[in-house]
Ligand binder design. Structure first.
Ligand code: SF4
Length: 345
């Protein structure tokens, strides 16, 4: 198995320095993930604001350098790619932003974001061939060239702009799309269409997707693997069905209980605030980061960060409630899920 992109024990710390040892933020802690070239996968990374998911996206795209560990693209350190490797990386790994409007130059027609990569990566034999490729890519994401090209970005809807960016990823024959909150600024009615388009890209064109979101519902809709981040650490990882239908980490349970269900009988679970948790405040930095919100906190939770315990073949939770299970590396769980998914079970 060739790894297309691989994070190996990546840690990112912000702040601090020679004269400031106190103001240090641990944005991401010991994160490992392998995205193989084959088979194509969909991995969701879920967390609230401050969970480290944006930092992770920046690290995976080479926009930030790990404090510890490394990110590899086809076996080469992302921070030290040769010119040819960087060019290949920029084509094979595409980013889709939360707000696609920021990517567009308002003075250029949308054609520009599609014609530029065709020229830059030498994708077409001729101008006519380039137009044909652009038309095919637009078609594949449910857009019609005659209704899309020749317009300025503000003349398209948010959903259309986002789909043009997905068409761009397809056009350059991307192997991996890092989609950072791609539907959070799109009307609810269009969310399903865009998620369907991403899934279609995965199935039909073999493109892997890392779907980064705060929204467990859309993560459940699109992914097979889920990684739940809490304040820079992995809380739960594995099969999305298991994690959402039977969460093992108290934080994942909290996220699941926050999903609005159209059920008038449902009794809303109220999140415990730190004040209610009483004895759990003042947890040491060396303990579980969720302790000051956790209704199940125990003495052991304050001693050291919990490792990931493999509660099922395809899932692990970083919680001492499951300490009877063996510890496991997060990437091994992700690969187990991917293997089962690829075999169609
Ligand atoms: Fe709660 Fe302890 Fe599990 Fe952390 S390790 S989530 S504090 S029970």
């Amino acid at each position: 198995m060739t790894a297309l992109l691989q994070a190996r024990h990546v840690t990112k710390v912000f702040g601090g320095g020679v004269f400031d040892k106190k103001n240090v933020t641990l944005a991401l802690d010991d994160f490992s993930l392998t995205i193989p070239d084959e088979p194509p996968s969909i991995t969701a990374i879920v967390g609230e604001s401050g969970s480290g998911k944006t930092t992770l996206a920046r690290l995976l795209l080479g926009l930030a350098e790990p404090t510890k560990g490394d990110v590899l693209y086809r076996g080469s350190n992302l921070q030290r790619l040769s010119r040819d490797e960087r060019r290949a990386f920029l084509r094979e790994v595409q980013l889709i932003f939360q707000d696609p409007y920021e990517v567009y130059n308002p003075f250029y027609k949308v054609d520009h974001v599609l014609e530029t990569p065709v020229a830059k990566f030498g994708l077409a034999r001729s101008r006519a061939h380039g137009k044909e490729l652009i038309g095919e890519a637009l078609n594949a994401v449910g857009l019609r060239a005659e209704e899309t090209l020749g317009r300025y970005p503000h003349q398209l809807s948010g959903g259309q702009r986002q789909r043009v960016m997905i068409a761009r990823a397809l056009l350059v024959r991307a192997r991996l799309i890092v989609a950072d909150e791609p539907v959070s600024m799109v009307d609810a009615s269009l969310r399903a269409t865009i998620l369907d388009t991403l899934r279609e890209l995965n199935r039909r064109f073999g493109i892997s997707i890392i779907y980064i979101t705060h929204d467990l519902t859309t993560a459940y809709q699109i992914s097979e693997n889920i990684i739940v981040l809490y304040r820079g650490s992995v809380a739960e990882v594995g099969d999305v069905e298991l994690a959402v239908k039977d969460p093992r980490h108290p934080y994942t349970r909290l996220l699941v209980s926050s999903i609005p269900l159209p059920d008038p009988e449902r009794i809303w679970q109220k999140e415990r605030q730190p004040a209610e948790a009483g004895s759990v405040s003042g947890v040491s930095l060396g303990g579980c980061k969720f302790a000051d919100r956790c209704p199940y906190v125990m003495d052991i939770c304050r001693t050291a960060p919990p490792p990931l315990f493999r509660t099922d073949e395809r899932r692990a939770a970083a919680c001492y409630l499951h300490r009877e299970f063996p510890p496991v590396e997060m990437d091994r769980v992700v690969q187990s899920v991917a293997a089962v998914s690829a075999s169609g079970q």
